[in-house]
Design a binder for this molecule. Structure first.
Ligand code: F6R
Length: 240
């Protein structure tokens, strides 16, 4: 794993934007695996600003997101579909037909997982962006998820519900289940870029990089990926 430690979140976001822009410039029809959460917001803002200033085209890019809360329609402000539209797709001119994400409202969970598995088969990702859960999760693959997993529905860990409650009016509103891309599919991406910011990620960063490769720490599987870059700020890298 290549590791880049930055002084702060702003620098982390600058470096992450450099990596993503290099991928899109090298191949304007690149397939981008994307993440939600707080960590990529600085990166997304930089990509939007770059397009406004430099006209980088995303007309042929296609995207696949990691996960979606079960039960939330794409019009719900806390849905990940809404998050992506608001924070990235509108600003980059990426039309809905170029994007892919699980349908949180799908009644038949197995059919929705099979549909998304099939979508991912046809969309080999040139780069997969990841955030890191404070418990070591990647996407919503919580500790204990088999490394061979495909798209599935998860019961969110209590710590994840608590971590994400800040974005909802009340913790009771945080969905308890989500659809997520599996670890096998994350590992299929040609390149992985994982971002970690803040002291509350320091334990997870340490275990991901220095600990044993174990399903108890899902992100530790990234030690096995041939082309994975971690960009962490000083606070998140403090235990390395
Ligand atoms: C988001 C996702 C999650 C987050 C992780 C970190 O699509 O899959 O794994 O990346 O929970 O979230 P933040 O960035 O909010 O700390």
């Amino acid at each position: 794993m290549k590791i880049i430690v930055t002084d702060n979140y702003e620098e982390l976001s600058d470096k992450a934007a450099e990596v993503m822009l290099a991928v899109v410039k090298a191949d304007p029809s690149a397939v981008l695996g994307l993440a939600t959460g707080t960590t990529p917001l600085g990166l997304y803002a930089r990509l939007v600003r770059d397009r406004a200033e430099n006209g980088t085209s995303y007309a042929r890019v296609r995207t696949a997101n990691l996960d979606e809360y079960k039960g939330l329609p794409k019009t719900h402000e806390q849905s990940y579909a809404y998050f992506m539209k608001k924070n990235l797709f509108d600003g980059l001119g990426i039309a809905p037909g170029q994007t892919n994400i699980e349908d949180g409202t799908a009644a038949d969970e197995a059919a929705e997982c099979a549909r998304y598995d099939a979508v991912l088969e046809t969309l080999p990702r040139d780069i997969q962006l990841l955030g890191l859960g404070s418990n070591g999760h990647i996407a919503f693959n919580e500790p204990g998820t088999p490394f061979g997993s495909g798209t599935h529905v998860v019961e969110l860990a209590e710590s994840t519900v608590k971590d994400n409650a800040r974005l909802f009016a009340d913790i009771a509103e945080v969905p308890r289940k989500a659809f997520t891309m599996g670890i096998r599919q994350i590992m299929q991406a040609r390149r992985i870029l994982i971002l970690a910011s803040g002291a509350n990620k320091a334990d997870a960063v340490y275990k991901m990089v220095c600990g044993p490769v174990t399903e108890a720490v899902p992100a530790s599987v990234l030690q096995l990926h041939p082309c994975c870059t971690l960009i962490a700020d000083k606070a998140a890298a403090a235990k390395l």
